[in-house]
Unconditional design. Sequence first.
Length: 535
Amino acid sequence: MRATWRGLPAKQHEAGWEPGLVVPAADGSPLIADHYFPRAQGDFPTLLVRSPYGRGLPWSPQYGLLFAEQGFHVLLQSCRGTGGSGGAFDLWRNEAADGLATVSWLREQPWFNGVLGTVGPSYLGYVQGALASDPPPELKAMVVQVGLHDPHDLFHADGVLRLENALAAAVGIHYQHQGMAPFLRATLRLQRRVRDVTATQPLRGAYVSALGDEIPWLDDALTHPDAEDAYWRGASLAQSAERLRVPTALITGWYDTLADQTLEQYGRLRRAGCEATLLVGPWTHTSALQRGWPQVFAESLAWLRAHLYADPSGLRPTAVRVHLSGENTWRDLDDWPPATTATAWYPLAGGHLTRQAPTDSAPVTAFRHDLADPTPSLGGPTLSPTAGPRDNRALEARDDVVTFTGPPLTEPLEILGPVCARVTVSTDTGYADVFTRLCDVDPQGRSVNVCDGFRRLRTAEGASSSQTTVPMSSTAHRFAAGHRIRWQISGGAHPRYTHGPGTGESPLDATAATPVHLTLHADSALVLPTSSEPA
């Protein structure tokens, strides 16, 4: 594993392994764990890594061996109902109690010195926050990498199902703990069948053929779109973050599907006075643990050494470090987001984008979104293997995608922070989906997505228009001189988001779909957080 990456620190110790330990949960369910440790004399702090994805590759080498080599005991444990642990897996509901039961077990181990940290990505980040909602006194630091903080938001965006995420998450949780072969077979089956499944009406239950099994917790997650529903009560870690005092390092990527959650959590921790640090790289949810691993590991190791060994020598001087795309450099900041100026760009007929505000709300362009051939999703922050920045030219050539492009910039333009769009639209059905994206167009015409957002609208029928604000995530990007800003708008991004049937019915139950004609109006605007003005 060490040979896979360059730039990893030299190991400090040989690592030992004690597999198959049984840790009793509060209800007596056996939670199976493997213990990795430095083969050396002395006291070492412990890292707790709880996972629903099994204890084999990549968790064993990346979290067991590598951290043990650096002087940590590591307890790598399978969540209940996975990897041989007893009980049934139930998304998010048991993690706090099972984590506390595991800490109680640790207190009885002769090698546990009373100093505890946690580390891990994705759902392994959620279990850290669950434990910290009522933190044991031994917990001194957490490192949450591309982490989940709100399970509802993984599956739904303002009540709209994030279908691609839901299916990918189900494959990972349901199959990965069974071993790499079952997981790979399930992944390939999903890739072959996802388009057919997502086009099925009604959508409810259609996932079974793609996933190969019924998954009760997935049914529950899909059928509860409202974040205020009692089903989700206690799922979000937002409230516990407001009183958290455990030093926390947060790591994400601009194309991580959980990036918005991480940035929001960082803001909560800072407002609560919790010691927190933030690293945002040029990564997707998975590439942060692949090509980004040397930097992610170094960041994690420095934080854990600082708080479990009282050795701050590896910490960087600022709380925030972000990757500035477009220039491929890193920027150290005191906080996130930094102070910027909100700059509006407006659409003009003919596909132009201008800084000059309109004098009215006249129609600018119209397009048709046919739900029998929905606008496909391309790249962006998803759990798909195709996540990330992509050339959008083929997508933008479709009749159901409109673009507005500014003039070549005479000097570089930096944007740092949250991007949004104010969209004024009218429809012929009274219902519409709007997907809006910021792209960077180079002198050769290549259009690369920077950030985007989606919203389902209930509009007035006919000519009357309705305005809404569409959050488009956050970014740190530098448009080079000679490049152009492009605003891309369409009626969907499928299967990243379920397409509405055009009737107001739930996509889970609708048996028919109606094409929607959308008209965009001149008082719409793309709003960028700029740190400098274009010439």
